[in-house]
Ligand binder design. Sequence first.
Ligand code: G6Q
Length: 556
Amino acid sequence: MVGQAAHRLAVMAERTTNAPIDHTPEWAALRHHHERVAGRHLRDLLVEPGRLEVLTIDLPGIHADLSKHRATPETVQLLIALAERAGVRERIAATFGGEKVNTTEDRAALHVALRAPADAVIEVDCRNVVPDVHEVLDRMGSFSRRVRGGDWTGATGERIRAVVNIGIGGSDLGPAMATEALRSYADPACTYRFVSNVDGADLHWALRDLDPATTLFVVASKTFTTVETLTNARSARRWLVDALGEDAVSHHFVAVSTNAERVAEFGIDIANMFEFWDWVGGRYSVDSAIGLSLMLAIGPESFGELLEGFRLVDEHVLTTPLSRNLPVLMGLLGVWYVDFFGATSHAVLPYAQELARFPAYLQQLEMESNGKSVTLDGQRVGFATGPVVWGEPGTNGQHAFFQLLHQGTELVPADFIGTIHPNHPLEAHHDLLVANLLAQTEALAAGRTADEVRAEGVADELVAHKVFEGNRPSTTLLCDRLDPRTLGSLVAIYEHKVLTQAVVWGTNPFDQWGVELGKALATRIGPELVAGDDSTASAHDPSTAALIERYRAARH
Ligand code: G6Q
């Protein structure tokens, strides 16, 4: 094992210190190939015999169709050769193996351990972390059962009717997205709210109609130093104490964190703290204790199914050849569009209202992970990396930004995500929804030629306006049903897609220095807005200094 690990690290080092990826023969081969095939139209590609078999992949509960991509079998082969050159297999294995792949923070990135079966052995610094993971899961399970069953009550003995998660970024987006996505699995007797923004409006409106006696706060923060979260948690604590007194806190506040000291300092009993570890990145943490609010909503059994969905994809990514490996192929197709077609954005379009927050969740997962411009060895990249990720649920988007997808000058690859079975009884709505999804992917691919437009009797002067070039690529992920297992699988697919791309680009998908900068900058300006301080003008650029002064003059 030690020998294998050393070999993997040596391979990683060689990949990252040798020629940049865009100086390799595999990159050059893709460039030449692009010149040859970029002009080919999806109308023609799509009807090539055998294409569907090669470019569709079935995972339990998810059918993935990659055939509407501007790729030939040769494109896929060349992309896989690029992945091999970059060491995708080795880096995935190193990540799963607990190696410290997050080199700039000297940490493992071991979210896969969060869903490993109880008998698995995954070591960090020679310690098997799997028993720790399961111990916390068990504690979360029994706590959730007590709250859901009414055995854990508020200070006045009443059962909990509202759960308010206070966290931000990775400590908010995952549980908020998943609680909405799985709302049909949630206990309807309880209300679930997520407060993240330091804008007081967020907390104010979240608490407005809640009763302190029946409200449970989950304060979720990996570091327990994040200003927004601590500010919201302090105000929530005051709201509770004003109504029920200081002794009520231990009945109404629990914490999720890696930092027991800070939790205790804040005034939450560490007996009411659910732990996770520094090897869990914020945006990779929905399946850790950060998912506690979600577990309170859907129950430990459904949470277990969510973990099973993650695990299925982990096994798939580890054991499937790259040519049939869904997250790897999605990642490589992303590289193909960004680096060879010049695409600068990627749309995520769930045709499932319950997935309304999924684009925002992926925005963080993808952009915080792959918004990087230096390689692991600190060299500036000479090529484009992560695209802007954005999206909204269909069909709403069709009445808004889809115009640009169809006829704009930008090439925007898109993921369409839908389900065969709805989680509601309005079946006729669902057929209409799915019909729209399929029609959009078809229209984006095929377009409409001038001849077709003319054949419809359109006046000559309008023909150019009504032509659709088509050739706009998309992935379709058609799920059986949006259930906990499928949601877990969907998230894992994107986690491994992101890793694949980072390996190709040679960047670190697990650090976030840009986010850390934001935290530091706000702390600096904050006091200047309140206290009259003449040094402000010299410490900032003229625009910022004037804005600070304007705000201060009007407010204080
Ligand atoms: C995630 C990021 C970031 C983080 C938040 C909250 O990968 O690092 O979004 O999750 O800044 O941090 P805390 O959990 O420490 O409060």
